[in-house]
Design a protein around this ligand. Structure first.
Ligand SMILES: Cc1ncc(COP(=O)(O)O)c(C=O)c1O
Length: 385
């Protein structure tokens, strides 16, 4: 007899699990019940404390809320700042650099999220040379190809820790060491790894990390985060800025900014307070469970999903070695978009990405029966008897 799965006690915390097979936390995690109470706390605070709420917690929320993410990604307290989304965080990072000099290369991986690419290509008008290291199979990128692209002309290396298209997990430590060897900085996009793959930004030695809340961290939308290595503060002056980044914002001094000496220097304007209330509960839950336990279960269930897909004759488009992938399994079937629509009609929530396939993601609340049910229904749509 198999041992009971201790993580299943969390199922009741997520109302949507009662009537759907929720396999889509790589896209939008299910809402925790606690989030409703947190949003009520937001409106109560606004209603009863009014303007006083700023100094009673709201103003500092980008940092205090960021601390909850810090403990998931290994960042020291005070080193994660909340922003609206990854796109903004990436813009802040790239705005820290002068792209007009000889060190003007930005090396990015070909599996990076398109939004990041759009920001990087926008830097070309400032003189940046964008080098994208292609994925030969649309699923992985040979490490040596990335390492070879990083040279003395490189200013910034951008790596998606886990690729959104294939769940391929990149060797961040080796790439970071190479970037530092040539005097380049590195930004890691952790959106598809934080909360599902244990990681430690300090041990990895990355300079910057970005991510958001709505996937494995089970938060509401509008709450992205930025980590910056502490010793860089003295050197970095983000051009994408605002009054919250000033050393003394409430002095309201015009003219060039006098940056705050700490993580506040990467802020800009008024923080997205309700988004942080809506996202916080998910971080608390992930912290309570611990990413190591989540990863252990994820690796077991994704292996099982692959085995069932193989038995059903479905094509797997994620790395087969669990050590080389995050929490999603991509199955490439003919007419993937239509098959996805049919799965959703059957209340099996997954999504489809062109050039990749159907993305399926168990999380800590998933039962083994749901894995079997998902593959069974998918196979029955693809190969009707
Ligand atoms: C790896 C990765 N980075 C970035 C994004 C987009 O982030 P945002 O909408 O917060 O800018 C996504 C969203 O799917 C993603 O998967």
């Amino acid at each position: 007899m198999s041992t009971p799965d201790p993580l299943l006690i969390w199922r009741d915390e997520f109302p949507i699990l009662a009537d759907t097979t929720y396999m889509i936390s790589h896209s939008l995690g299910p809402m925790p019940r606690r989030a409703e109470a947190a949003l009520r706390e937001f409106t109560n605070t606004w209603a009863t404390r009014g303007i006083r709420a700023w100094e009673e917690g709201w103003w500092e929320m980008p940092i205090t809320c960021g601390n909850l993410i810090g403990s998931i990604i290994g960042a020291p307290q005070g080193r994660v700042a909340m922003h609206q989304n990854v796109s903004i965080c990436q813009s802040i990072v790239t705005s820290c650099f002068d792209w007009s000099g000889p060190r003007n290369k930005l090396v990015t991986d070909g599996l990076n999220f398109p939004s990041n690419d759009y920001i990087y290509h926008g830097l070309a008008r400032q003189g940046a040379q964008i080098v994208s290291v292609a994925s030969p199979d649309g699923m992985t990128i040979p490490l040596e190809n990335i390492l070879a692209a990083i040279d003395e002309q490189t200013q910034l290396v951008s790596i998606s820790h886990v690729a959104f298209r294939s769940a391929y997990l990149q060797d961040l430590a080796t790439i970071t060491a190479r970037a530092h060897e040539v005097g380049a900085y590195i930004v890691a996009d952790l959106y598809q790894s934080a909360g599902i793959v244990p990681l430690d930004v300090v041990a990895l030695d990355v300079d910057f990390a970005t991510g958001g809340s709505v996937k494995w961290l089970l938060g509401g939308p509008g709450a992205g985060y930025l980590y910056v290595r502490e010793d860089l503060d003295a050197r970095l002056q983000p051009a994408a800025t605002g009054w919250a980044a000033h050393a003394h914002p409430f002095e309201f001094v015009n003219g060039p900014i006098d940056y705050a000496p700490d993580m506040h220097r990467y802020l800009n304007g008024t923080p997205n307070v309700p988004a942080m209330y809506s996202a916080r509960s998910g971080y608390e839950i992930v912290n309570e469970i611990g990413v190591a336990a989540i990863r252990e279960k994820s690796q077991r269930q994704t292996q099982r999903l692959i085995a069932l897909a193989d038995e059903a004759g479905l094509t797997v488009r994620s790395p087969r070695d669990p050590a080389e992938r995050g929490g999603t399994i991509i199955l490439d079937v003919p007419n993937g978009r239509e098959v996805t629509a049919e799965l959703i009609r059957r209340k099996i929530l997954v999504d489809f990405r062109p050039g990749a396939g159907i993305r399926i993601a168990p999380h800590f609340y998933t039962t083994d029966d749901e894995i079997a049910y998902t593959v069974h229904e998918l196979a029955s749509i693809v190969h009707p008897s």
